[in-house]
Design a protein around this ligand. Sequence first.
Ligand code: AVJ
Length: 318
Amino acid sequence: MLKPEIEDGQTRLADPQFRADVLAGLARRPRAIPARWFYDHRGSQLFERITELPEYYPTRTETALLHAMCGELREMVGTGRAVVEFGSGSSTKTPIVLECLAPGAYVPIDISGDFLRESVRPLAQRFPELLILPFEADFTRPLTLPRTIEDMPKLGFFPGSTIGNLIPLAAIDLLRAMRASLKEGAMLLIGMDRIKGEDVLVPAYDDAAGVTAAFNLNLLERINRELDGTIPVEAFRHKAVWNDDRARIEMHLEATENAAFEVEGRAFDIAAGETIHTENSHKYGPRDARILLRAGGWTPVREWTDPDGRFAVILAEA
Ligand code: AVJ
């Protein structure tokens, strides 16, 4: 049954796709639930805290990079494009790019209308002259952008190495969908996390303060809250491992003892040592990143990295 949930003062129904993904994901072997379900209200707050952790280098590295590269970026991209951000634009990176490029319009695309409206408000205040056109849509499929920006060349913006959440097949599909949406003459500015030593990668996803553990475990709490679950959260522990063959960090929730529970009236058993796979974070070497972009229909034209080569921001054209 769908159950109304009280969250930040509003009554909601559990997302039917969340329900379907959780029930199917717990039933399959290996068990796996897509990472997109981390981001309920509490999960989004915990992710904010992750971006400020000393071990989590991606956000601060990319932010510094965007500041440092602004002059060169402006030269290559010009002013007057429509910046189309894939994701709600609630990050601190959005104003850096808007400040730098003085675009003709800004179009944040997100599947959650609530997140969109929340993120647009402070941007509208900070950039009163800017035409902001929030667009509620699923950007994993090609979409028709607002008529108002039809004649403006587009710059897609996809920061944060969010592309890394997808397996390469899905990443290529997404890049192609973006190309179809943005049309000819478009450019894309995308952040990708680089391959590096496990000594840096693993702590970034398993921090000393336990914030990433709480972020991962919150998924079980969300299932209990929204899907009438009885999962004993204390019987699970956060695990982050580097999968070298696939060049990705994997996050899992490992059962530390045998457990039996229900979700939406369905019974599940998990044995001690078994895991639920909750996230992939793929890392790309310089050539890997360029091949991925080309496979998705984009030609890399310029890239910027920090002095330690931890993170790359790549500019590509359609
Ligand atoms: C938002 C997908 C880029 O993979 O680094 C951070 C999510 N998960 N810590 C990442 C995340 C655990 C993050 N992305």
